[in-house]
Design a protein around this ligand. Sequence first.
Ligand code: VGL
Ligand code: ZN
Length: 201
Amino acid sequence: MEALLVVDVQNDFCPGGALPVPHGDEVVPVINRLCTRFPVVVASQDWHPEDHVSFASNHPGKQVLDVVEVEGQPQVLWPDHCVAGSWGADFHPGLETRFFRMIIRKGTDPRVDSYSAFRDNRKDRVTGLAGFLRELGVTAVTVVGLATDYCVAATALDAVELGFGARVFLPACRAVGAPPGHTEKTLERLRQAGVTLIENE
Ligand code: VGL
Ligand code: ZN
C-alpha cells in the first residue's frame, strides 16, 4: 500500500509568510486532487519553539542563510518561521486537511532541526511516522509539498533509508532554491539514493 506524505504546506512557506518558497501556494490545488487517489494521507507541520536553533535571530551577529555549527553539525539559519501555534505554522487555508489521517509535528526540540518528517537532522530521534505507516501496511510513499530541496528531499531520503519505496511528485512541490544550485544538487542526490522523481502528471 502506498501513502501520500504532504510536507509543510504552511502559511510561512507560502507568499506572505516568513520564509516564502517561490510559488509555494501553487501546490495546494494539486495536492487536494492527489489526496483522493491514496488510501492513506499523512501531513507534516514544521513546529518550532521561539528559541529554535534554526532561527538566525537566536544567533547574534549571524544572518539568514549563514551556516553555523551546532554540536558538530552544519545548521542553515532561517528567518523565524512556523512558531508552534502561530498563524504561520497553520496549514495553508486552501489545503483540504480533512484527508489527513495523521499529522506529524517536527522541529519541536529547540536544539536540533528536523527537515524530515521521519526523524531529526541528527537522525537520532524519530517522530513515529515510520511506525505508523508500517503498522498500516504501507510499503511506499509519494512525497509532495514544501520545500523540494529541504523538507521534501529529507523526508524522501529518510523514507528510502528506513525501507520504504519513495517517489517525489514534482508538480506538487516547490523549492527554496537557495543557496544557488541547491535544488539541482538535491534532486541528483535523491536520484542516486533510489528515489523516483516524477516530473509531470
Ligand atoms: C523547511 C527550512 C526550514 C522546509 C523547514 O519545510 O522545507 N525549510 N524549515
Ligand atoms: Zn523549520
